[in-house]
Ligand binder design. Sequence first.
Ligand SMILES: *[C@@H]1O[C@H](CO)[C@@H](O)[C@H](O)[C@H]1NC(C)=O
Ligand SMILES: *[C@@H]1O[C@H](CO)[C@@H](O)[C@H](O)[C@H]1NC(C)=O
Ligand SMILES: *[C@@H]1O[C@H](CO)[C@@H](O)[C@H](O)[C@H]1NC(C)=O
Ligand SMILES: *[C@@H]1O[C@H](CO)[C@@H](O)[C@H](O)[C@H]1NC(C)=O
Ligand SMILES: *[C@@H]1O[C@H](CO)[C@@H](O)[C@H](O)[C@H]1NC(C)=O
Length: 390
Amino acid sequence: MEAHPPRHVTLGLFIWMASLPSSPIILATASSCDFPAIFNFGDSNSDTGGLSAAFGQAPSPNGETYFHHPAGRYSDGRLILDFIAESLGVPHLSAYLDSVGSNFSHGANFATAGSTIRPQNTTQSQSGYSPISLNVQSVQYSDFKKRSQIVRSQGGIFETLMPKADYFSKALYTIDIGQNDLTAGYKLNLTTEQVKANVPDMLGQFSNAVKQIYAVGGRSFWIHNTGPVGCLPYSLDRFLITAAQIDKYGCATPFNEVSQFFNHGLKEAVVQLRKDLPQAAITYVDIYSLKYTLTTQAKKFGFKQPFVACCGHGGKYNYNSQRRCGAKITVNGTEVLIANSCKDPSVRIIWDGVHFTEAANKWIFQQIVNGSFSDPPVPLKMACHRTENP
Ligand SMILES: *[C@@H]1O[C@H](CO)[C@@H](O)[C@H](O)[C@H]1NC(C)=O
Ligand SMILES: *[C@@H]1O[C@H](CO)[C@@H](O)[C@H](O)[C@H]1NC(C)=O
Ligand SMILES: *[C@@H]1O[C@H](CO)[C@@H](O)[C@H](O)[C@H]1NC(C)=O
Ligand SMILES: *[C@@H]1O[C@H](CO)[C@@H](O)[C@H](O)[C@H]1NC(C)=O
Ligand SMILES: *[C@@H]1O[C@H](CO)[C@@H](O)[C@H](O)[C@H]1NC(C)=O
């Protein structure tokens, strides 16, 4: 039996249909999706403990605001993914790689900080990128789906730790990855043109991963595009940028252009995926615009110092790649924290030079949840409904 939608939902869809005559149509009778689980793929923007489990915990003061201890996240608190989970009534996701205390009854997180779409030809110690690239995450997901059901069938406590079989087709599949593929090119001293030339391969591998997840049962996809890397202290500090390349707000134009180039291609790849995967509902979410707006109009939204990391160690951006957030030195046999948090992370956007504060993540989540930055413009709760072109 299909429940009747609340009146305001129906109304919202009618307004949307009226204002976008050539756009896909959703049945006005569509009901909220009731996602029982979330499976996430990505990098540090959505890592809830994967890299920490495999390569060492994100140090204190990460986690200080919400968890009050390091919690596998590169932020003072919750990530956009945590807010998505909360709003769907699903517990925060355990990292697939975390063998201590994890509970996968409502999904699993395959993201690790530093992940790229394409496997890198450098090791993690050489370049800092995670070896758990998207293709690996996709293999882990397939393996998880199969083995979780074998474990679940043992009953008892095992049954409460693994998702029910039907959750895999009903779940929301969230993906946020690509940023590191772009910076990895620059780290190899490629020019912007050379980085752009690699984007089709990145997108081809991205689409393959989505197809593999679909083949193993995924149906509802919520895909974040990549942010303006040229506004991050990390990029501004790390790469050679001329004054002429800085826009009127302070962001590095070439890096933002490459992000936009990637996003343009990602949007086209999503259009193709909708054709290739007849039962998939795929929502593309414009995180770039929100992060750029927040950074360049920080004051308007109650934030301060958009180019200065809250947690870091000095310099123009309070960012030092050798002494990142949580860095310690030993003075006379005693460990001293030299890259600590700022006084009030709740009014800051950038946490550690690369990642966003909980306050910024919450603001972004509040903008995306109702679908106003999505294509098609469906709210999060309706993202299981495939839209058809008339
Ligand atoms: C790794 O090297 C192979 C062979 O040269 C190349 O085809 C591929 O694009 C490289 N990958 C990356 C991420 O640079
Ligand atoms: C796992 O999480 C679910 C949902 O929160 C809960 O019902 C279940 O008891 C948990 N299992 C264990 C062993 O804690
Ligand atoms: C990139 O260029 C810098 C500066 O010239 C050099 O130190 C570094 O080794 C180069 N990196 C690679 C991967 O070629
Ligand atoms: C380290 O110990 C020495 C000897 O006790 C002292 O002179 C020095 O000031 C100490 N350094 C710091 C940074 O505390
Ligand atoms: C969506 O939410 C944002 C933030 O609360 C709000 O500014 C915007 O007007 C909303 N858009 C729609 C279409 O409801």
